[in-house]
Write a protein that binds this ligand. Structure first.
Ligand SMILES: *Cc1c(COP(=O)(O)O)cnc(C)c1O
Length: 350
């Protein structure tokens, strides 16, 4: 009655379960980092608290943009837009590019939130299935009436697979609209497309501190793109979309590339052990470039496995993608968490 029809009609995005902070669950369901974040963020947050929070934060998060541009090898801060998590960045881009009735394209299977963003705009969306080898069909780069934005998670969720840099560049050249490469998991991968923003203004690359920097609770993400794109997108964001504490903590976090390299090394090593352990139990695994693994079992349905794990206080993500597959998306935890998970699964599938 009071609401826009698209709001009443939509289901709303359902995030993964978050049991209370003090619960005894081993949490492998939302791809959080199992390790504490870079230590420097404590000092950075304390300095802001000592100065006080009476004043509004820097609306553009320039301290972060300056440091991040140096770390990422971009020409200047003008190539970056900071957001309240990368979900904020995805929202800003959808609002900026896609009007009611227009079209947003995404691959299938991929991140469910993209659909929700299209629904909020009263826009249409089109899901293009990946090829069997997880590359994209030519149709993904075709023009279409009303097509205004294309999302490509790379690495993809829930598969952990990647599309090559050449393919991304070719897509951007063919598409009539911006291509947003969502690099939420790229710090765990073998390559990135970030520098491609220099070559084509249609390439936009989003990143988050939630996964690889262990800061999902902080809410900080950013977009890299050519300055004339960033300038327009700035108009769409909330005036103060990042708060003073998160800007300071994010700046300290991105400053600590040594921490990132070490953390990445641990996660990638455990990812190998997890994949191997699951394969030994008869699971079918898609080789992953992210901090999670997609697993299905030829003899055991995914839902009961998820439920049995949950009753043993291990949370993984059960997902059902109609027309493709149902399965478990299992985040890479610590080696101890990994051992506990594999021991439980061994008892369930033998
Ligand atoms: C987790 C995730 C995000 C969102 O990250 P936040 O910065 O926490 O909002 C974006 N895209 C994908 C594919 C993700 O998995």
């Amino acid at each position: 009655m009071y609401f826009r029809p698209e709001i009443t009609a939509m289901a709303g995005y359902t995030p993964g379960e978050q049991p209370g902070a003090l619960s005894k669950f081993i949490k492998l369901n939302t791809n959080e980092n199992p390790y504490p974040p870079p230590p420097g963020i404590r000092r950075a947050v304390e300095e802001v608290l000592d100065r006080g929070l009476q004043k509004y934060p820097d609306p553009l998060a320039n301290s972060f943009r300056v440091r991040a541009a140096e770390v990422l090898g971009l020409p200047s801060k003008d190539w970056l837009l900071a957001g309240n998590g990368s979900d904020d960045i995805l929202t800003i881009c959808t609002r900026a590019f896609v009007g009611p009735g227009e079209l947003l394209r995404l691959p299938y299977p991929s991140y469910i939130l993209y659909r929700t963003l299209a629904q909020l705009q009263g826009a249409r969306w089109e899901e293009v299935p990946f090829n069997a080898d997880w590359s994209l069909p030519a149709a993904f780069g075709d023009s279409a009436a009303g097509l205004k934005l294309v999302f490509l998670p790379n690495p993809n969720s829930p598969t952990g697979t990647m599309v090559s840099r050449e393919a991304v560049l070719q897509l951007a050249e063919r598409l009539p609209c911006p291509l947003l490469v969502d690099e939420a998991y790229v710090d765990f991968a073998d390559f990135s497309c970030l520098d491609l923003v220099r070559q084509n203004e249609k390439i936009l690359v989003s990143r988050t501190l939630s996964k690889s920097y262990g800061l999902a609770g902080l809410r900080f993400g950013f977009l890299a793109a050519q300055p004339q794109m960033i300038e327009q997108l700035m108009k769409v964001k909330d005036s103060y979309n990042c708060d003073a504490l998160s800007i300071a903590a994010a700046t300290a976090a991105i400053d600590d590339q040594g921490w990132l390299a070490e953390n990445r090394g641990k996660i990638v090593a455990t990812r190998g052990r997890l994949s191997q352990g699951l394969a030994e139990l008869g699971f079918e695994i898609i080789p992953s470039q992210a901090n999670f693994v997609w697993a299905t079992h030829p003899r055991h349905a995914a839902k009961p496995l998820y439920e049995q794990l949950k009753s043993a206080h291990v949370l993984v993500r059960y997902m059902n993608y109609p027309g493709w597959s149902e399965g478990l998306r299992i985040s890479v935890g610590t080696d101890e968490q990994n051992d506990a998970l594999l021991a439980l699964l061994a008892g369930m599938v033998k």
